[in-house]
Design a protein around this ligand. Sequence first.
Ligand SMILES: *Cc1c(COP(=O)(O)O)cnc(C)c1O
Length: 459
Amino acid sequence: MAASSINPYRALPSTDRLLRHPEVAFWEQDVGAALLTTWVREVLAQARASIAQGDEVPSREELAARVGRRVETHLLLRLQGVINATGVILHTNLGRAPLGRAARRALDAIASGYANVEYDLARGRRGPRNPGLMALLRAATGAESGLVVNNNAAAMLLILRALAARRRVLIARTQLIEIGGGFRIPSILRQSGARLVEVGTTNKVHLRDYEDALASQPIGLVLWVHRSNFRIVGFHEEPRLAQLTELARAHGIPVVADVGSGALLDTTRYGLPPEPTVQQALQAGADLVAFSGDKLLGGPQAGLVVGRQAWIQRLVRHPLMRALRVGKLTLAALEATLLAYVRGQAETEIPVWAMLAASRKTLRARARAWQQAVGQGQVIEAESTIGGGSLPTATLPTTAWVLRPRRPHEVARALRTRRPRPVVARVAQNRVWLDPRTVLPEHDAEVAQAVAEALSSHA
Ligand SMILES: *Cc1c(COP(=O)(O)O)cnc(C)c1O
């Protein structure tokens, strides 16, 4: 390579100089000087490396644009609010249940100061953790007692560890399921040190199978698990929970029910198949019932256990409880969520239930309004799904706004990468689908604007 008389690196701006370029300085508000400096240095180092390979010296504008791309990549990775236009109500990748207004207000009030997390205000000294929540949990479910941990997986781990470590746990072969995200019933049993005893066959389990297992060996606990995201059709049978609890009680053995979604209301009111409710499991005689806080309960991520006081006390006193307990923000949002049920206002206060209850007529009007505002696409009858492992085969009739741009994937990408609030839509049959059911009404105007912009840049 011929030696140049001028050092080409000298043509590159200094770090400080590039940081002061208006297209770079623009980002300082969003990401701070430290991160921006790192990216400026990286861009300059790369430019020097490519100059060493014989490439031309990039212009300052080009260097600033490279920094800008790094910033934008980073901003997309940051946790941010998104608009869910997929129609999947409990979208696990989008954070499951959105919180209602009361829960958001409670979060703000508790997050911004001190709170009586475990302080007895009447006595002026240390008190039990969240006794108020306990009262609400009892009122909402009818249980004797309850507790809260980080999620339902943690609740199951705690129950099995505290009540069945080194003991045998009976479970039907029809219930040895995997929930998304690596939660498998056999693995959680192994983790807790319990021994799995399977009864029945993959499709059929009789009460007799349980009876035989109980008669032939010492059993610590009977586990009943709701299949949640999985259905068995055809030649299938298994005993009802109430039959199982009666049998187990005769043997003096506790029954734990993992009902999954934590529905406190009857899903059949919305034309959906029945999802087992927490109250039903308690009425059927389960000693403990475990469920998630952020599925059909419609609250924050949490795992709740309700049931008999004596068993709950054993769980509360177990050392693992300290490792699995939730913080004050979760407690705040959960209290507000449960209060909505206790006051009989869940359908209006809790977004998940408001979404389930939304009529096709209302949804059609909203989809039409989008279409008319932008003057593009069609309004088509479609189906929303529930998600979150609840009611896997069920759908709700909806009306979607459907667009047919030349490049649907690019339009969907533009919607996802917009600022400040990404819009997540569905692409199917070469079209972009937006379902108003999962879009909060206060975001309706923003969706129309976002789509108009995405279409105009990817016509
Ligand atoms: C979803 C689910 C779980 C896991 O709950 P997380 O709160 O996500 O930990 C466990 N069991 C059943 C039956 C479920 O449906």
